[in-house]
Design a binder for this molecule. Structure first.
Ligand SMILES: [Fe+2]
Length: 367
């Protein structure tokens, strides 16, 4: 922690040295004349710590390889034991565990400071610190591995801010040249870019009376048709709670044959986890990747949708169409709380609308 000094050390070093001397330091005239700015800064830091007591820890031996460390300012204490591979029973943190803990907690602290400064809530972050002691030579920590698990719902920018903050962690600065330090951001790898596709239909002939088109999807090995007679929902709600389908062995390609259908898609692993698609025939077949939760609703006129699915070898109809209720899934409820990306057909194009606060960002995608 960089402490604020009570006066500048650079504007008038001689004056500041004199002022400091009155408080904490009485050098000989010879020493004073040679006092460098760096020395002065160290003295100032010591002085500030003395005033606040923030950095004093009283360590006490309790016997049987147990110790107690008390943080003087707060009164909090922690106890240690020697580890089992070094004469102890491992009944608490070992001293080297505390070093590993310092890195994990410092990461969390700088992440918390960053979120606070930027005005957003960090949520629950966990860091699993794995310590490896060396096998040869004088005993010391050889490596620390940190598995960092972020809560879902953070934007790419927020994750980048957190990663930058940890690279500037004070404990890391002290440790990185003396041991291997590996960090693995677990949820970040899973957070993929949104992957939604609309497969265009090949219209052979269209007149006011007849529409003739190729509805096929390359590789499709299963078809189903879902007709909504009026205002219907697939899958239906369960006691007023929304339900979703999700496939593990099937990719859907939903093509509206008649009317229009509103699809809601949730995928917690996407950087944009919530999508609402106002699907019409002109948009082609909506491809829904495996692992994406989806439901669809029709207006009073109803609709007819053809699904040209691509199924893998593990596809099993008895397990593939079991609705999942939001009631039991906090991650899906959180995904649904994200601002949705809206997909509409407008002026001959599929448009992707992002509601960013009060402005709407529109991006046209030609089919
Ligand atoms: Fe489906």
């Amino acid at each position: 922690m960089k402490l604020k000094t009570p006066f500048s050390i650079f504007n008038n070093p001689k004056r500041d040295i004199d002022r400091l001397n009155k408080v904490t330091y009485v050098p000989t005239p010879k020493k004073q004349s040679k006092l460098r700015e760096e020395d002065l800064n160290n003295h100032l830091t010591r002085y500030m710590h003395k005033q606040t007591g923030d950095n004093k820890i009283i360590c006490r031996y309790l016997g049987e390889l147990h110790t107690e460390a008390r943080h003087e300012h707060s009164g909090y204490s922690i106890k240690t034991d020697a580890p089992r591979d070094h004469a102890g029973k491992g009944e608490s943190f070992s001293p080297t565990d505390l070093l590993a803990t310092a890195l994990g907690t410092c990461f969390l602290t700088v992440m918390g400071i960053t979120a606070k400064e930027k005005g957003w809530k960090l949520g629950e972050v966990t860091i699993e610190v794995d310590k490896t002691m060396n096998k040869e030579g004088p005993r010391k920590i050889e490596a620390l591995s940190l598995q960092i698990k972020l809560p879902p719902g953070l934007s790419d920018e927020q994750i980048k801010d957190l990663q930058e903050a940890t690279r500037d962690c004070p404990v890391l600065r002290n440790l990185k040249d003396s041991m291997k330090i590996n960090t693995n951001w677990r949820n970040v790898k899973m957070r993929n870019k949104t992957f939604l596709k609309f497969l265009p239909t090949n219209i052979f002939r269209e007149t006011p009376q007849v529409t003739f088109f190729d509805a096929g999807v390359k590789g499709s090995n299963g078809s189903d048709v879902v007709i909504h007679h009026g205002n219907a929902i697939s899958p239906p709600n369960e006691n007023d709670c929304e339900q979703f389908y999700v496939h593990q062995h099937q990719i859907d390609h939903n093509l509206v044959l008649d009317g229009s259908r509103t699809f809601t898609l949730l995928n917690p692993a996407w950087n944009e986890p919530h999508h609402i698609i106002f699907l019409t025939k002109r948009m082609g077949a909506l491809q829904i990747p495996m692992g994406t939760y989806h439901r669809s609703v029709s207006g009073p006129q109803g609709s007819m949708v053809l699904n040209q699915a691509v199924r893998d070898r593990q596809f099993d109809p008895t397990t593939e169409f079991i609705p999942v209720s939001l009631r039991n899934r906090a991650d899906l409820r959180q995904a649904k709380e994200a601002e949705p990306i809206l997909w509409v057909y407008e002026e001959g194009q599929i448009r992707r609308l992002k509601i960013d606060n009060l402005s709407i960002v529109s991006k046209g995608i030609t089919t």
